[in-house]
Design a protein around this ligand. Sequence first.
Ligand SMILES: C[S@@+](CC[C@H](N)C(=O)[O-])C[C@H]1O[C@@H](n2cnc3c(N)ncnc32)[C@H](O)[C@@H]1O
Length: 309
Amino acid sequence: MKISSNSQGSSLNSVVETPEHESVLLDEVLHWMRVRPGGLYVDGTVGLGGHSAAILEHSSPDGFLVGFEWDEASRLLALKRLQRFKGRFVLVRENFARMGEVLQELQKIPVTAILVDLGLSSYLLEGSGRGFSFLRDEVLDMRMDDRFEQTARDLVNTLPVPLLEELLRSYGEERFARRIAKAIGERRKSKPIETSKQLAEVVWRAVPPSVRYKRLHPATRTFQALRIAVNRELENLKRFLETAPDCLATGGRLVVISFHSLEDRLVKQAFKADKRLKVLTKKPIVPSAEEVRRNPRSRSAKLRVAEKI
Ligand SMILES: C[S@@+](CC[C@H](N)C(=O)[O-])C[C@H]1O[C@@H](n2cnc3c(N)ncnc32)[C@H](O)[C@@H]1O
């Protein structure tokens, strides 16, 4: 395997400037990862590099960071942001599910602490044009890594209605899964659903009028379910949770931030069942009221920590 690390190609300067992404639970992450000089850290979800920059700052002058980011545009933006730490990090375009193999290959194992911050960055949601947001009218793609073959558009237009219903129920915990799947099936008979706005409208019309104006937009769970399916998010998380403890030094920390109950349940159960780990957070750590006010995206974040025995 050849790992392309810190390669910029010719496209670094062509990546457009993006919305700021405010890193969630930043102080808590630094505290629980015990970031200090000389440590070897892994950021499994670099995004725009907010947590990575803070880890490098706090582990100065000689801490080292290996960053994983499978979306090339995000990786290039992070690379630009981290230039001032040149020589102290490597950013690889890899799936964090492959962390063990990649760290072996880089000879950066065992490590002091690992972070994964699941969910979407503001860049993917607002700047990538890939249809992650039901508030925008964009091509319904939803691939975080454009090397994947299947898009959300493919799923919505080709999956048999019963399977679509099952997908919405299991990945979206959507209580109107049947109505929404049926409505999608009806709509695509006349013409395919091509954009995020078209899908949001089909869902909006499919749910009972009484839930159309609730705080949570009626399409939220449908979009979550499709995104999870397209990117195989739960499979990746499971594989990561199985293999990450072997990447840690004794006393090393595993820090996971999740944004919905499916992920949080997986993390909680995996930590508890794993004989290699001691759970340090009986209850998840959540953002303060002040953080939620400043950054509403943080409101559903839950942070859990385990230590390698
Ligand atoms: C919530 S953002 C991270 C934000 C980052 N912590 C910061 O402070 O800027 C999550 C990022 O992880 C990436 N990602 C999600 N799943 C991944 C996976 N399995 N492997 C590699 N990157 C992944 C996404 O592309 C996205 O850029």
